[in-house]
Design a binder for this molecule. Sequence first.
Ligand SMILES: Nc1ncnc2c1ncn2[C@@H]1O[C@H](COP(=O)(O)OP(=O)(O)O)[C@@H](O)[C@H]1O
Ligand SMILES: [Mg+2]
Length: 299
Amino acid sequence: MAEALLEIRDLKIEATSYPPGERPRDVVLVDGVSLTLQKGRVLGLIGESGAGKSTIGLSAMAYGRGGVRLTGGTIRLRGDEIRTASPAGLRAIRGQRVTYVAQSAAAAFNPAKKLMEQVIETTLMHGLASRAEAEARAVALFGKLGLPNPETFGQRFPHQVSGGQLQRAMTAMALCPKPDLVIFDEPTTALDVTTQIDVLAAIKEAIRDTGVGALYITHDLAVVAQVSDDIMVLRHGKMVEYGSVDQIINAPREAYTRALISVRQMEHPEKPAEAPVVLSVGQVTARYRGTHFDVLKNV
Ligand SMILES: Nc1ncnc2c1ncn2[C@@H]1O[C@H](COP(=O)(O)OP(=O)(O)O)[C@@H](O)[C@H]1O
Ligand SMILES: [Mg+2]
């Protein structure tokens, strides 16, 4: 088989400083996680908040947030070990070979600069294209991502576009350098539900069209099932289950995965629009048999 785009083996990530009062067992944030991503494929990382999804996603660019250190394992990008790469080596990877789409585009854009300047900035900084070529790439990406008037969209400031449009613009920014790998970290979570569906569809198409490899992080199993080829379920910094979308959704092996799926089905029942209320439920708690977490708590 061809060399994997991303190959993580036995990754260990530890907190070097943590808020007062946190228990020592929380020091190890990611423990023994391994994954393989082939070129042009999408791996979904799913798990509840605090499971370690962002920490693992950022490790694909050998980055640890303040107070977090990548202490063990190997992270290979097309065969190159990056966990122990030099600062110069990392500069050549981040923003060029690997890019990142965060949950809050609003926080990621400079409000004082036009979108086009920001979308092409890293492409120019790394010398990957001329200004004219980078702008042409950006316009093509705006079109692909379903943004209105792609030719002139980049002349707007961030406050002149909607949240969904800004998230699409951030996706264009991530794709503009033609990276090998994009990390999408809950890119639709902050959007309202109908916008989420449209933006997800646009991102999915852009991933397929450009053939980029992607890690797609979300807490929402339905989202991850739509966009991914494979899924890894995470909990407390450890892998719970890892397989194809079909296997994870239709034949989950682990109780925790089944619980995630049943919660999703309860949150999004298939019902006709404007159905009359026939049952109203309050303060219900449900627990998955034999385990120690609540499937529902005071819903
Ligand atoms: N900078 C940090 N220092 C110490 N602990 C952190 C830091 N960032 C995150 N953590 C801890 O790491 C764990 C995983 O966090 P994170 O990867 O952000 O989870 P997720 O993205 O799945 O919600 C959490 O327990 C969180 O409290
Ligand atoms: Mg996160």
